[in-house]
Design a protein around this ligand. Structure first.
Ligand SMILES: Cc1ncc(COP(=O)(O)O)c(C=O)c1O
Length: 415
């Protein structure tokens, strides 16, 4: 809609887009939705929340969250190697809200942050709306490239510029690449941040959705200097509709973030429902269900890709929700996503996951276009088979067109 009112810069940098998964007959491999077949039954927990805890759940709540919920989250994280307490846990409306509060706390217009290339796409416009300048660094099979960070910091110091405020990272089953950082790289990352006086925002929604292998320590567990702000959520493990998450931060920062919550405080009702569910063993049991289900989905999708898209290469992730495919260099992921949608399957092109460099650092790399991300959590195994088949038809069309175009481009000069 045309409007003569000019938008705030914060709104103007956002590009609204409807998810293809909302369209009928489309198989959705795009967003990270839960598998509808395993959404947990939380009726008993909700009933208790609304009867036994009515005066708590239907009243304004404390800004930092329901005290018992904060205690529970601290215990949950400590069982996973952290050394934290309820005073350091701020409850939020999911992980994205936690990330936004970190932005509100730390970012002024033009402040630099470090992200991986590629990175979690929803965080990109969020960071951008707070005026962030992106420093993109690559990854290898062990995660974020620390040499690239050091190189960049050296340059910033030489230029007399301010250092980045934080490094945003997804260390477990990275979105979109599926990479999990081993312990050594984690220790080095936390050490680097502490040495240079930066925070690390550890965003790890898939941490417990591990299909095989051993857990690596969380960045928070390795944090000696209070430089890790750990973001968590019940979205991927239980249900994204709950909108319950948290951020762990030193108490003084936490108090400020609590004051920066424009809603006054996250819903006590939702926190109490989650808490009642967790306290009675629901989370533990559901974690096993999620792991088994999503492992089956992953295996199914890996088999389907190997069968129907033999040109694609991938590193099979040991957990999480996504496969990151690398296609032959000349295949354009954007074009493939468009064709795929026409063929009734929605995917995300790799280009969506690059923040783009928006400072004047000399080495400006163009992101590759030949990747796509496939979500395997949401579709049924049968839909996964059918979706990959549809994708293979779209791929054949794009490959043929690209081949024709290349042939023409080659023929033209001598014609
Ligand atoms: C890395 C990462 N962070 C955060 C989120 C969103 O979590 P929430 O639904 O709790 O806002 C996602 C969901 O896709 C994610 O992949």
């Amino acid at each position: 809609v045309e409007t003569r009112i000019s938008l705030a810069r914060r709104a103007a940098v956002l590009a609204p887009a409807l998810s293809a998964s909302e369209e009928a007959h489309t198989i959705a491999f795009d967003s990270g939705h839960a598998f509808p077949g395993i959404l947990p039954d939380m009726t008993a927990a909700a009933e208790r929340a609304l009867t036994d805890y009515r005066t708590e759940t239907l009243q304004y709540g404390a800004r930092p969250g329901v005290p018992e919920m904060r205690e529970w989250v601290a215990g949950y994280l400590n069982a996973d190697g952290a050394r934290t307490s309820a005073q350091e846990v701020l409850m939020t409306n999911g992980a994205k809200h936690a990330i936004e509060l970190v932005c509100r706390l730390l970012l002024d217009e033009g402040d630099a942050i470090i992200v991986t290339a590629p990175t979690y796409y929803t965080a990109i416009p969020l960071f951008r709306s707070y005026g962030a300048t992106f420093i993109e660094v690559g990854q290898d099979s062990e995660g974020i490239d620390l040499d690239a960070i050091e190189e960049r910091i050296t340059w910033l110091k030489q230029e007399g510029r301010r250092l980045p405020k934080f490094i945003y990272n997804v260390p477990d089953f990275h979105n979109p690449t599926g990479v999990t950082m081993p312990r050594g790289r984690r220790e080095a990352l936390v050490g680097l941040a502490a040495r240079h006086g930066m925070f690390v925002v550890e965003d790890s929604p898939y941490r417990k959705i591990r299909f095989e292998g051993q857990d690596e320590p969380s960045l928070k567990a390795l944090d000696q200097d209070g430089c890790v702000l750990a973001v968590g959520t019940f979205s991927k493990l239980l249900a994204p509709g709950l909108r319950v998450g948290w951020v762990v931060a030193p108490p003084d920062l936490l108090q400020r973030m609590a004051l920066l919550k424009s809603d006054g405080g996250s819903s006590p009702l939702l926190q109490r429902i989650v808490l009642e569910f967790c306290k009675t063993g629901g989370l533990e049991a559901h974690t096993l269900v999620a792991r088994t289900t999503y492992r089956t989905h992953r295996d199914h999708m890996v088999r389907a890709v190997r069968r129907d898209l033999p040109d694609a290469t991938m590193t099979v992730p040991h957990g999480g929700y996504y496969l990151w495919l690398t296609l032959p260099r000349h295949i354009d992921g954007d074009e493939l996503a468009k064709r795929a949608k026409e063929n009734g399957v929605s995917i995300f092109p790799g280009s969506k996951f690059y923040a783009g460099q928006n400072d004047d650092y000399p080495r400006n790399k163009v992101p590759p276009k030949n990747n796509i991300r496939l979500n395997f959590s949401h579709a049924t195994p049968e839909e996964i088979d059918e979706g990959v088949r549809r994708l293979s038809f779209a791929y054949a069309t794009v490959a043929r067109q690209t081949g024709d175009a290349r042939e023409k481009a080659w023929v033209a000069p001598s014609a």
